[in-house]
Structures are given as C-alpha cells and as structure tokens.
Design a protein around this ligand. Sequence first.
Ligand SMILES: O=C(O)/C=C(\CC(=O)C(=O)O)C(=O)O
Length: 308
Amino acid sequence: MSKPTAGGFTKTSNWLDWYEGPSKPRFKLPPGSVDAHCHVFGPGDKFPYAPERKYTPCDASAEQLFALRDYLGFERNVIVQATCHGADNSALVDALKKSNGKARGVGTVKRSVGDEELQSLHAAGVRGVRFNFVKRLVDFTPKDELMEIASRIAPLGWHVVIYFEAQDLPELWDFFTSLPTTVVVDHMGRPDVTKPVDGPEFELFMKFMREHDNVWSKVSCPERLSVSGPAARDGERNAYRDVVPFARKIVETFPDRVLWGTDWPHPNLKDHMPDDGLLVDFIPHIATTAELQKKLLVDNPMRLYWSE
Ligand SMILES: O=C(O)/C=C(\CC(=O)C(=O)O)C(=O)O
C-alpha cells in the first residue's frame, strides 16, 4: 500500500516508498555499529517540506527510523538533512532529541545563521553541515557563501559533507581542497560504475582522498550507483556486484576514513526500492575482514560523531 505524506502534500509522481518488512540481515553487525547516512522526512503535517524543494517524499518519521535501526542491529544513526527540508532543520533536530543520544546530525544552514542557532544545533547533536552540488536536488549556492559557512562551523569542530557527481569533481576540486574542516564525501562521489575502477575518473577520486587526509568517504548507496545489479530484493544477499570493486578499493586503501549508511528512506530511487536487511548484507562484500568492518561501522563514525 502506498505510504502517506501528511499535511496536504502530494508525493512526487512515481515516488518509490521505503520498503516495508525488510529481511533480517545475515551479516551480524559488530556491536555499536552506526548507520552513518540516513534521513527523516516530515511527517509533513508537523514538519512541512520546504517551498524550494525539488521533490516531495512519503513521510519517514524518527520513530520509523529508530525501529529500523533496532531491527537491523545498529546502535546509532547519523541523520543527514535532506534537500526536501531545505535549511529548516526542525525535523532533524526533533529526531536527534528523541534519540536519547543515539543519533547525531548533519544539517543545512545559510550564511545568515546566527551563533545562537549554531550553538543550539550543536546541543541537539548536529556535528556537520552538508553542501549539495547535485543539480537536480538544489539551486546553485555561491562558493563564497559556502566557504563563509565552513569557516563559521569549523571552530565548533564540525565537518562538511559534500554531495556531488563524479563528472563535477574536476571543477569543484579547488573549492573542496580549500575547505578548512574534515570533508566527508557522500556515496563515493557517485562514480560511474560502468567505467573501470582503475580508470581516470575513479583514479581522480582516489587521488582526492590520497592527497588530502582530511577527506573521508561514505561507501554507501550501491542501490543508487549500480547499473547491472542484481538488486537487494527477493533474498539476494550478493547484490550490486558492479559497485563492490569501487567501495572495496576505498575501504581497503583508506580504512580509517570510511563510513557506511543505509540511506533509508532512499529518496528519489527510480528503479526499485532495496530491502534494507539485504542492503546490510552488502557490507561484508566491501569490508571483508572483522577489522575493516569494525573500523567502517564503529570506530570511524564514533571518532567523527561521538568524540566527546
Ligand atoms: O539521500 C541521498 O543521500 C541522496 C539523494 C537525496 C538527497 O541527498 C537529498 O535530498 O538531500 C539523492 O541522490 O536524491
């Protein structure tokens, strides 16, 4: 049954709702694992979607996220502000407050944000801001504005999360490499996985990480990047095989600077909605030893988000 969007909003046409009744993962997550990339949406009647949004999702509440966390065997979440909420972080903050310290957040702020607001976001558990360069998701924000925001949040010990597509890395390189904070890349910079893993495009991403030890990567979202699948559906525990070499290379080369997240509730998927339990079973294909798994799922996110 189609999931609702409260508050009189109408979902984007052909919206794929998050998957009801996921499988129990066969992979046993190490104790203290963090789902380091997920979102909350609305509910629209309490936390209206932003007027400037490029899509309207089905609602995905904090309670539903925390139920999934417990069911899959995660201990904590990092909730990332999605563009459908613009720079209004209230749904995010509400979720952080309800989490009893088990969630941290990455928000979106504008140049006009006051020091008091930054302090109150920090108190709620926000530890970073997200700069989104994916053109279908956001209108352009001038780089001087983003740099000003980065310099405002740096003294708080926060980091910058960047979301962009692989073909845009050359143009964004100078900006990214001048950011004064830890920089966390969403979804491996969205590589085109039909290109070779040792080809020039992905090599540029590897160089970006190799030459800048403040750059981290989420090795997340195989369901978004995969071209040939197979999808994490119908019991498939060896899904998205075309993405594995890319994620595995990052995990093995930079084991102390990688994070993993479900990306629940998976906004804007067009082809299929993954079963989140089967998505967890993707992890041992990209982090193949207990040591790598603990770094990816526990040590790294704890160092970045729960250091104090
Ligand atoms: O959920 C993600 O990470 C990816 C998104 C959505 C997004 O980033 C947003 O709305 O802010 C995408 O590729 O559509």
